[in-house]
Design a protein around this ligand. Structure first.
Ligand code: HEC
Length: 118
């Protein structure tokens, strides 16, 4: 093997190891609402976002309940997130959404521990 081939091989192995690791983590860990919020909501709702800044403590629990139960599907069915294929309502599975909702409600402005998504 020459040097270029060796470098390529090492890179490939590295990438493979990373992706296997990711899959393993995704399978093993329970869905983490905070991580999901960070990955799927924050990109469009960060500070100064034109869509409005939303972290769990932006709203009170009732508002989050209402958002997820009544508004989310309607307001988000046609928005796509950079780096993901479909609209976010397609990308976020019901289980993922449940975890995100729980995180938002558990850390809403009127919860015991208000939080941003970090
Ligand atoms: C690809 C961008 C994008 C992503 C990802 C996204 N949103 Fe939105 N969000 C929007 C847009 C656009 C609006 C509509 C803004 C408007 O109508 O002014 C919106 C509106 C909202 C609103 C206000 C709805 C209302 O009318 O009261 C909330 C709350 C919200 N998003 C929360 C979330 C949460 C939670 C997530 C993650 C599950 C999320 N968003 C993911 C783009 C996004």
């Amino acid at each position: 093997m020459n040097r270029a081939q060796l470098t390529t091989a090492i890179l490939l192995i590295g990438m493979l190891a990373l992706s296997v690791g990711n899959v393993a983590i995704a399978k093993k860990k329970k869905l983490n609402g905070q991580d999901l919020f960070k990955e799927y909501c924050k990109p469009c709702h960060d500070v100064d976002s034109e869509n409005g800044e939303y972290t769990p403590m932006t709203l009170i629990q009732d508002q989050w309940e209402r958002f997820f139960d009544e508004k989310y599907a309607e307001t988000h069915e046609s928005v796509t997130l950079t780096g993901h294929d479909g609209s976010i309502t397609d990308e976020i599975t019901p289980e993922m959404l449940k975890a995100i909702k729980k995180f938002a409600v558990d850390h809403a402005a009127d919860s015991e521990s208000p939080m941003t998504c970090g």
